[in-house]
Design a protein around this ligand. Structure first.
Ligand code: NAP
Length: 273
């Protein structure tokens, strides 16, 4: 039997990308789900809900803005009213913006912090209050939680805050039997990254940092999120797992794709005699 059968999870940012992939994975493993996304895109939220219903999963949706302090409480109340318990939170919703430091406005900065940092903080606290012993929270941080990147000062600051939510709540909620961990994706092929991955010179430069020479898929992050939620991760508190195809392991000094090879080099096979 799956760890998730009969358990209840809130997934924020469930209408696309990493949140959608995680919701599909949890639904397949028979969790009951509250799917949360912004009110901007009810169509995608319904699409994900319908796919999960077709798989036989029990699902309710909430289209509400996480920057509103009432949204987190509403999400938790929905879980309790509809399913009578809350076991897991996938604290994943987020936005990005690319602005030069001198062009960025206070409003841009405040919006990023309100959704990515305060929204994640409020959802974690409200969920923890309702969780039973054995509950687990996974927050989606980013390699940008500790790597600087130009044109992203507000985003990176907000993701640095998510890292600290993971580490601090990892300590503070441990005595209550609630595990808080995080995942730090690199470049993942989602709506958030689509413009940069598809367009012009940005990806040409970014790809040279990734030994695999490709972006990750949302499912490759969802696999790690569901591992961190599961009892397989029972000794993990306040940890963050990087899922970035090797991007932040160090500095890459070869570039086989740029050298014209169309597949990754094979390791030399030598028999040890
Ligand atoms: P995505 O496909 O754009 O998904 C973002 C999700 O967050 C959507 O469901 C969106 O809902 C929801 N959301 C945005 N603002 C919201 C708000 N104010 N209230 C409630 N929900 C809101 O992007 P993604 O790549 O899967 O992003 C998921 C997480 O991964 C984010 O935290 C992001 O920072 C992080 N991440 C992504 C990458 C990457 O390369 N893609 C790398 C590192 C970290 P609507 O669609 O309804 O707006």
């Amino acid at each position: 039997m799956s760890d998730f059968q009969g358990r209840v999870a809130i997934v924020s940012g469930a209408s696309s990308g990493i949140g959608e992939a995680t919701a599909m994975r949890l639904g397949r493993d028979a969790a009951d789900l509250v799917l949360l996304a912004s009110p901007n895109d009810r169509e995608d939220l319904s699409r994900v809900e319908n796919q999960l219903h077709a798989m036989g999963a029990r699902v309710v949706t909430l289209a509400a803005d996480l920057s509103e302090p009432t949204t987190a409480r509403q999400a938790v109340q929905t879980a309790m009213t509809e399913f009578g318990r809350l076991d897991y939170l996938v604290n994943n919703a987020g936005i990005i913006g690319h602005h030069g430091f001198f062009e960025e406005t206070i409003e841009d900065f405040d919006r990023m912090m309100a959704v990515n940092a305060r929204g994640a903080y409020l959802l974690a606290i409200e969920a923890a209050k309702a969780m039973a012993d054995g509950g687990a929270i996974v927050c989606t941080a980013s390699v940008s939680s500790w790597l600087g990147e130009e044109l992203q000062v507000a985003y990176n600051t907000s993701k640095g805050a998510v890292l600290m939510i993971v580490r601090t709540l990892g300590l503070e909620l441990a005595p209550y039997g609630i595990r808080v961990n995080g995942v730090a994706p690199g470049y993942i092929r989602t709506r958030m990254s689509q413009a940069r991955l598809n367009g012009g010179g940005y990806w040409d430069k970014a790809r040279s940092r990734i030994p695999l020479d490709r972006p990750g898929e949302p499912e490759e992050v969802a696999n790690v999120i569901t591992f961190l939620l599961s009892s397989e991760a029972s000794f993990m508190y306040g940890s963050v797992i990087v899922v970035d195809g090797g991007q932040s392991a160090g500095m890459r000094s070869t570039d086989w794709a740029a050298a014209g090879q169309d597949s990754a080099p094979r390791p030399p096979r030598r028999l040890i005699s």
